[in-house]
Design a protein around this ligand. Structure first.
Ligand SMILES: Cc1cc2nc3c(=O)[nH]c(=O)nc-3n(C[C@H](O)[C@H](O)[C@H](O)COP(=O)(O)OP(=O)(O)OC[C@H]3O[C@@H](n4cnc5c(N)ncnc54)[C@H](O)[C@@H]3O)c2cc1C
Length: 321
């Protein structure tokens, strides 16, 4: 196989970002003529393998081992490095999750192979994928063209590909086994990190009014609330709004908050840092209001207004009323 997608287990289901990595592998594989395999491992390997085999890939590998029943960075890194060495894929794809950020660098170090993390897109250059990531708060795009042969590890940022685009098929299943040196596992697992969630289910909201630091101060939140009420929208925010205590944590959208895909995302005074963008770039329509014409979020906007949110919000509310 040319591409190996390494799955993450989310309570017995394939993690949403692993599904996006499968969608990416299918897209890149079909454009660049690369074959695809999937690796399911850990205590739910067979359940994940059953889910994965319904996708249009060549084969699904399942790996069970008592030392992989609980997550440990060294155990997982050891297992994945072993599988890469024996199966010899050129590209190893992951979702850019907290778990992957924890153990993939160890795989990279063990194999002495590059790890291109946080990738958001690619282009096909004569059958070879060239990957892109954002740099300097999304002000620059870096193109990463690995110029060596051998294994290349790549993690994709959330929403770089849509799991809606996964092609169905029927892959063959192959159970594999590896030796894991239990004495090399030095870390002790604790409870999994819980991403922010709470009273507002932003993930199913159709209309979202989202505020950033540009809203200025907590006293301006009622202005936004009034607009959201008129629109029948939920309120979301960037992280500084939550860090300042202006809204509770479950309103936060982004890599450490919720991922949303509403019909309309109205972004007020949000600059467009990658950690925010990954949580909202799947929105169907994006309207950005920002006083800085160079704010990176304008690049994603279907409609953009350069202006002061504190002037525009009351006028918008009045017009909608
Ligand atoms: C590990 C990690 C995880 C993170 N997770 C998240 C996350 O989940 N979600 C998230 O959002 N961020 C997250 N961040 C923070 C992220 O990097 C940015 O700092 C944050 O998104 C910036 O928020 P902002 O756009 O509201 O603020 P800023 O970047 O300060 O932007 C404010 C914007 O408001 C505009 N503005 C100011 N006044 C006005 C006005 N009166 N009218 C109109 N426009 C105005 C400015 O021009 C500017 O563009 C994370 C960071 C790290 C390191």
């Amino acid at each position: 196989m040319d591409i190996l997608v390494v799955l993450e287990d989310k309570n017995g289901r394939i993690h949403r970002m692993s599904l996006e990595a499968i969608a990416g592998a299918q897209q890149i594989g079909s454009e660049c003529g690369l074959s695809i395999g999937i690796l399911a491992f850990g205590k739910n390997a067979s359940a994940l393998g059953e889910q994965a085999k319904q996708y249009d890939v060549e084969e699904v590998l399942t790996l069970e081992n008592e030392h992989l029943n609980d997550y440990t960075a060294d155990g997982y890194a050891d297992a994945v490095a072993n599988v890469i060495t024996s199966e010899n894929p050129t590209y190893i794809f992951f979702g850019h999750t907290y778990q992957i950020r924890d153990y993939a660098p160890r795989v990279s170090a063990k194999l002495k192979r590059p790890f291109l993390n946080d990738v958001v897109s690619y282009k096909n250059e004569s059958g070879k994928p060239v990957f892109s990531k954002q740099a300097f708060n999304a002000k620059l795009i870096a193109e990463l063209n690995p110029n060596s042969d051998g294994h290349i590890l790549i993690s994709f940022q959330s929403a770089s590909f849509s799991s809606d685009n996964i092609q169905s098929g029927s892959a063959s299943l192959r159970s594999i086994s590896i030796e894991i040196d239990a004495s090399a596992i030095k870390t002790v697992p604790e409870d999994p990190f819980q991403e922010a969630a709470g009273g507002v289910d932003l993930s199913s909201a159709e209309l979202i009014v989202s505020i950033g630091r540009g809203i200025g101060k907590e006293e301006n939140i009622p202005l936004v609330q009034e607009l959201a009420n008129v629109m029948g929208a939920e309120i979301a925010s960037s992280r500084p709004v939550v860090d300042s205590g202006w809204l509770p944590a479950h309103h936060q959208v982004g890599s450490s908050g919720q991922t949303v895909a509403p019909k309309l995302y109205l972004a007020l005074g949000i600059s467009g840092a990658i950690q925010h963008v990954v949580g909202m770039k799947g929105s169907k329509n994006i309207i950005v209001i920002n006083k800085d014409p160079d704010a990176p979020l304008f690049e994603l906007a279907d409609y953009g207004v350069v202006g002061d949110v504190l002037e525009i919000i009351p006028k918008l509310t009045k017009a909608l009323q």
